[in-house]
Write a protein that binds this ligand. Sequence first.
Ligand code: NAD
Ligand code: ZN
Ligand code: ZN
Length: 394
Amino acid sequence: MKALTWQSRGNITCETVSDPKIEDGRDAIIKVTACAICGSDLHLRNGLMPTMECGDVLGHETMGEVVDVGRDNSKLKIGDRIVVPFTIGCGDCRQCKWGNWSCCERTNPNGRKQAETFGYPLSGLFGFSHITGGFAGGQAEYMRVPYADVGPIIVPEGLDDEQVLFLSDIFPTGYQAAEYCDITPEAEKTIAVFGCGPVGLMAIKSCFLLGAKRVIAIDTVPERLALARSSGAETIDFANENIQNTLVRMTHGLGPDAVIEAVGMEAHGADTSVQKVSSAILSTVTTMERPFALNQAILACRPAGIVSMPGVYAGPVSPVMVGILMNKGLTLRTGQTNVQKYLRPLMDRIQKGEIDPSFIISHRSTNLEDGPDLYKKFNDKTDNCTKVVFKPHG
Ligand code: NAD
Ligand code: ZN
Ligand code: ZN
């Protein structure tokens, strides 16, 4: 089959690799009907995530049709259409039972190795380096789904792939990020969202679904800011305005009640020219993580507020403004998303017509050979690229 593979830093190729097979009785094999590129894939592409190996199959936003099922899997049958969460959960361990699916204690076969760095093992993730299990991803014609009797959700009749694909990751990710801000209609909260990529846009929509009064979104890419505005947010273009001064002015000195950092470790410096130049240099010559947006978010949040951080980081990052976080009494909430927890409620919201996440898609392809080019466009934010979806079987 064809699949998009990681070769080396900055080098993604479409290769012919062997078809996946059932390896465990709980597995399923899907024919991938739709898959997408995530901002996290860019961190892998750009060499910021350690333990990638040449030939690794990428992709963790995937759905498809079940074409084979293991003998112990009584949940799925051939022909079912399923969306696959990017976090692999066993369903039986303490963490899965608590709903902390991304901290599953059992699904990462390299968990012991991971514990050397993280203290404990975390869940396996599709197409996301060897420290998270080395599972082949779903930017491919077929994918093996381990623990397929637990994670995936069967798609109800009447919904097309584009409406439900993002349940695999970014819709639950944006929603969890918003939920972490303790939004209720009565609280009349103002939320600042840093980054108007797919995750930021899903976070904006989710803030409003939960009852936020105001959302102020920050980015500099015009088409992304436009999508943020059409989602109901007020926007700040960080190339033209000082983020902190503008946020303080817009909130009459009070500051946002919570901030969502939906940028992650490849942030661009936004405020001073030194930041702007150093982030531009760092992004081209090194694989160092850049916490510019995180620091901006910590600064922006009102005292005793919440910093919700879906943005992904890989290892130690410095300098992070821990002193400001501490002295302001901020609460930091973060993590890979507990996707399984949100599948049913968010599928219901899609079915009721409360949201159609497909509004962010800008590029579609039926040919995985287009992968390297579309990765570049999504990475460089050119050609108005806001989200890429492949339909590898047409
Ligand atoms: P993306 O790269 O498409 O979007 C990031 C956006 O941030 C871009 O539009 C960029 O212009 C903007 N940006 C850069 N520097 C900024 C700054 N200083 N201030 C404000 N905006 C800035 O990526 P995405 O797909 O939207 O993902 C965003 C982050 O979420 C990534 O780090 C990704 O790895 C992470 N993510 C986390 C989870 C999770 O489970 N926690 C899941 C999916 C994605
Ligand atoms: Zn992702
Ligand atoms: Zn588990």
